[in-house]
Write a protein that binds this ligand. Sequence first.
Ligand code: GAL
Length: 410
Amino acid sequence: MKKFAVAATFAAALMGTTAIHATELEVTHWWTSGGEAAAVAEFARAFEEAGYTWIDGAIAGGGGTARPVMISRITGGDPMGATQFNHGRQAEELVEAGLMLDLTEVAEAEGWRDFIHPTSLLDSCTLDGRIYCVPVNIHSWQWLWLSHKAFEDAGVPVPTNWDEFAAAAPALEAAGKIPLAMGNQPWQSSGAFGVLAIAIAGSEAWEAVNIDKNADVAGGEEYARVFEAAAAAREFRKNSNVQDWNQATNMVITGQAGGQIMGDWAQGEFQVAGQVAGEDYSCLPGLGVNEIISTGGDAFYFPKLNDPEKEAAQLALASLMVSPEVQVAFNLKKGSLPIRGDVDLEAANDCMKKGLEILAGGNILPDGNQTLSPDTQGQIEDLMTEFWSSDSISAEDAQRRYAAIIAQAD
Ligand code: GAL
């Protein structure tokens, strides 16, 4: 916290003001589940301990609901003090419009580029050489979470990969379990498809489609196998009648469902439920097929408020979010990996340790939010919402429509 105190003093001195009253910042985010709330409380605690006031602006319904609210407030002249976006291109137009605070000075003064790893996280915050956000974690979508109770009740061993999971589905159903839990929001079915793609088509094919926008690969043999697997998974999830991702996670926690394809923010839910990795649940990175970590996750952006005192508080919050102490406290609760390699997560559970090992081994891929525009992401989400909710669309039809989206992707 020492480094942070220095930065805060510097910021206050710079503005020639002493904080005779606690400067308050409204912070918007979409972290409303048990685990998410516990994690964001760590940011609020540290900010308040530094003498500021955190006004919590949680928006329920997931990122797909929250981001349009955040963007319209910023463009509509009612900006918050700080807001969450995912790593990548979601705030690109706000930055290009000059609406967001330039953090380059504090980033250079504190050497962010020296300790933020991978530096691609900071690249996602950078436009024309200037830095406009602070990365706070690494969240990988690439996980399958498995309920030990569900497989025990079904009399089958806990799977070690996707094929074993698919083979166990009939036994799960016979035991009255839902094989695959999935909420009914577009980002969830689109995210699950992306995880199947990396596991079944492989990293190279995924990069060809998501980075090179190669529509031939999107329409080709490797992705045909992905759509076939997705059609099978559509059957596994058909009775999973919940909305939010953490409701689906709760089905795994209680043993009503065998598994869930979900990002490692699900860890926070298992923790809040008091469940132990390796005893109550298992986690398969890359579905146990292609053990990779994708560098998704979250960053905070700071709308320009034209208020020197508020700006000092914004810079202090940015500095605090990357500090070692806060990085450990926040990420352990969030189930995500820290953005810096010089902290010791000795309290990390087995699943987080698996993620840290894969990250250290360099087997990483960018997240779709870092490679595709929000518009392309939205088109894919619309297709996936249709495909995953009804078997009226064949795997072949869905793949043809997917390839057409990739052909126009930006
Ligand atoms: C993601 C975000 C995570 C997470 C998840 C579910 O976009 O990166 O922090 O909490 O949404 O809300």
